[in-house]
Design a protein around this ligand. Sequence first.
Ligand code: SAM
Length: 377
Amino acid sequence: MELIKLKEGKAEILVPKAERIYDAPVFYNPVMALNRDLSVLLLKVVKAERVLDALSATGIRGIRYALETEADEIWLNDINPEAFKLIIENLKLNFEGELKINERSATLKDKKTLIATNKDANLLMAEKFRYFDFLDLDPFGSPVEFLDSSLRSLKRKGVLALTATDTAPLCGAHPKACLRKYNAKPVRGELCHESGLRILIGTVVRYAAKYDLGVEVLFAYYKDHYFRAFLRLKDGAKEGDKALKNLGYLYFDTKAGEFEVERAFLPSKPDAFGPLWLGPLKNQEIVEKMNAEDKGELAEKKKVSKFLNVVVEELDVPFFYDIHALARRNSLEVRKLSDIAAMLQEKGYRVSRTHFSPTAIKTDAPFEEVLEALKAL
Ligand code: SAM
């Protein structure tokens, strides 16, 4: 395969030359540099030691974790033999030290320990039971086929980082696939991204509970057609019970754009969407610390700052009002977000922008008040 050399963050990386990213023998997507930047920042804040990049492709993610965070034992795994070979080349490019290569594993001991493996991720995670402090699942599509093994491979207070790029099921374009993979009914329309993220987290919460584990969301977001969640496991049956209490349903009136949420095991009314996570989508201290970290060597520092500034200020309440959709649904004219926000704030409500949509607000104001503000302007 023909290779080209790139720089991303502090890493140098050889990637296959290809017309389209999905044609390449080993996968590398430059758009995901921002995803990796945010992951580096989060890992710096939570300070994990043993890290697994379970679906590593070129090795870029694990290599960046080794170069840019305090992690000191980093595993990089991929089932694809071509990826395994490329990971080894990329380790040589970024680290000095002795490299021992076996058939399906390679170990490099520099100041840190880097271990490359060529296994089915589920097999590797089963072998390394309760071993990792931080485990990253970055699959093609849905992470569900790796969930059980990852929850057993993490220590009981470890952090699971997961990406899902299967937006069609999670956002309601393929509802049957959502039911099969996530056991949930997705919503369509302006709330589909937040609801998709909450379905994904809700699924992890249900999987974790059977191991007597709870889940705290450190940071979860939607961007560039993917979902990403960083979830800290909480040890104990009571923690599992507590997390399950944050599951529930969304009711969405497509005529007017009004929504309602209900925390419950079963929905009390027809036409519920979910089950989904209704708890927080961030730990405020963690996202503030991420934002305060030095971003000088990140790949997408400007985009990261802009994005985190919105996240830090974002009200952490379930769902939002998209002013364009609300106006359309109620045959009203679109008004400036800032004017609507000012009106609601004057009445004592809290209002913020949301990273889910540039044309939406999050608020604790009831639907009627938001509609009133739109009509009054
Ligand atoms: N994490 C990478 C990054 O940030 O550039 C991208 C990973 S790519 C989206 C998904 C990778 O998972 C592919 O390289 C693929 O070969 C690998 N993969 C798919 N199924 C796997 C399995 N069962 N076990 C291990 N690796 C697998």
